[in-house]
Design a protein around this ligand. Structure first.
Ligand code: SF4
Ligand code: SF4
Ligand code: SF4
Length: 295
């Protein structure tokens, strides 16, 4: 046997083994700060006129591709790796005359399921509110999509990473917190950005001022989210996704187990493949040596 080749092979193999726990480490969710220190976004669907300026502003700020026809008013659009926010017209199933424009993006959950399930800790809940994907870390496994109660993070087939709204955390100069691009672009004040406790107060103030039926989505859904939406009725009446009224993280153990199972299986398969390749290398060396001896 070619000892040199085998030794190098084993050393490389052991080094690879040492890296495995880092790859296999599962994500954890940071503790969110109090509502007086966290920011949030308010969406008032009763003011929205469906102009989609928020969508264009998001694309400009984040250098996202504009897809054909998506900016046409009332054209239905879905979240994609290039569409981090969409505005769609919803019809109340109990009152077909009631139509509502819905500005829809990541809800920035207080305890985000997406971050909890990410196997490489690529998603973080920042202490001031935004839930952000580190695209350099993301391995495109899409567990976050599966875990998200709203199915928000979308896979970019070109970049091979998952992408979504980050609440414009990158417009945050140290002492002067700028509004997210979409909020700054809205011409009718349907979007508002402020400390979370302030947007809760603002939502209640608007509801009281305007009267009529209303529902604040995000106070309890998924255990609470830092994006709140004033709707004219309950989300189910508008055929919106209805998230459970509890922290989705409670179900994470199940997802974690299956995520770690799949990860474990793929890591093991990789290790076996590598070991087989190294062993083949060593065996080939032996054969080469014996061939040489014989000639
Ligand atoms: S809405 Fe989905 S993607 Fe956004 S923070 Fe919550 S779990 Fe994550
Ligand atoms: S907060 Fe920023 S990233 Fe999120 S939808 Fe608005 S503009 Fe886009
Ligand atoms: S910019 Fe404002 S009014 Fe226009 S679609 Fe967006 S949220 Fe609605």
């Amino acid at each position: 046997m070619n000892r040199g080749t085998a030794k190098i092979g084993r050393r490389r193999f052991l080094k690879f083994l040492a890296c495995v726990p880092a790859f296999a480490a599962l994500g954890s969710v940071g503790l969110a700060k109090a509502e007086t220190q966290r920011y949030g976004k308010l969406v008032d669907t009763r003011r929205c006129i469906g102009c989609k300026r928020c969508m264009s502003a998001c694309k400009r700020w984040n250098n996202l591709e504009v897809e054909r026809d998506e900016m046409i008013t009332d054209r239905e659009t879905d979240l994609t790796a290039n569409n981090w926010v969409v505005v769609n017209l919803l019809i109340d199933s109990k009152n077909r005359n009631r139509k509502t424009y819905e500005h829809w993006a990541c809800q920035h959950c207080i305890q985000p399921a997406c971050a909890g399930v990410c196997p490489v800790k690529a998603i973080t809940k920042l202490s001031n509110g935004p839930v952000v994907i580190n695209e350099k870390r993301c391995i495109g496994c899409r567990y976050c999509f599966q875990a998200c109660p709203y199915k928000v993070p979308r896979f970019d087939f070109e970049k091979r990473v998952t992408r979504k709204c980050h609440l414009c955390y990158n417009r945050t100069p140290l002492l002067n917190y700028m509004k997210p691009a979409c909020v700054a672009a809205c011409p009718v004040g349907a979007l508002r950005f402020d400390y979370k406790h302030e947007i809760i107060k603002e939502a209640k103030r608007r509801i009281q001022q305007r009267g009529g039926s209303s529902y604040i989505m995000g106070l309890t859904e998924a255990g609470g989210t830092d994006m709140l939406t004033i709707l004219p009725t309950r989300p189910q009446d508008l055929n919106m996704v209805v998230a459970p009224q509890k922290i989705v993280n409670k179900n994470l153990d199940k997802i974690r187990i299956s995520a770690s199972g799949v990860m474990g299986a793929s890591v093991l398969a990789g290790l076996m493949h590598l070991y087989a390749a190294l062993t083949r290398e060593g065996t080939k060396g032996d054969h080469d040596q014996s061939d040489k001896k014989e000639t």
